[in-house]
Design a protein around this ligand. Structure first.
Ligand SMILES: [Zn+2]
Length: 191
């Protein structure tokens, strides 16, 4: 009987582990942490270690309830970021090359992203989890065309406008060691 009592919770923990995985919420580095200034390196191996890192970044973004997060904000050195495609934002984000479209209210992973084309301009305010306590006004393109790989190593091309263009540019800059404060034309401290 004792054995059964012990087995049940162990089984539950095991099933829980299998179903939800073991993604971790990581600390986000702030301001002068050197990780924020590295140029991230291309991912050439989509193995379990890499996928675990992607899961951890997704989990961390979900916990923060933010719009996007880049790998080096949590100490990774590979070139990838995640954005959360909220259905509350009406600006367009769409695959060019696919019949399906990005799922709403889900994280979207960009591995080895390249911005192929920038069109137009918008003046925006941005905040950053690595720069708490202020928002930054800067110029971003109105529309971007981005090429990247998903977690299966499949290449996709995506066009993003307005909020999503700003969001993608913000995360893309992180991977090059650039922060939005570097490009700011105005800074507003938050109370
Ligand atoms: Zn940021």
């Amino acid at each position: 009987m004792k054995r059964i009592v012990c087995f049940v919770p162990c089984l539950f923990i095991f099933l829980n582990f299998c179903l939800v995985g073991n993604a971790q919420v990581l600390d986000v580095f702030e301001d002068e942490n050197p990780s924020l200034r590295i140029v991230c390196t291309e991912v050439d191996n989509f193995d379990k270690t890499m996928l675990d890192k992607v899961d951890n970044l997704k989990e961390t973004l979900e916990k923060l309830q933010g719009a996007g997060l880049a790998a080096n904000q949590v100490g990774y050195t590979e070139k990838f970021f995640v954005i959360f495609v909220s259905s509350k934002i009406e600006d367009e984000i769409r695959y060019i090359s696919e019949a399906s479209q990005p799922e709403k209210d889900k994280p979207l992973v960009f591995i080895n992203p390249t911005i192929l084309k920038e069109t137009g301009e918008q003046i925006v305010w941005e905040g950053c989890f690595s720069l708490p306590g202020a928002v930054y006004k800067l110029s971003r393109p109105m529309t971007v065309l981005v090429e990247a790989y998903d977690i299966d190593g499949q290449k996709f091309t995506l066009e993003a406008t307005g909020f999503w263009a700003k969001c993608i540019c913000h995360e893309y800059d992180h991977l090059k060691g650039t922060l939005c404060k570097d490009k700011a034309i105005e800074i507003k401290k938050l109370a």
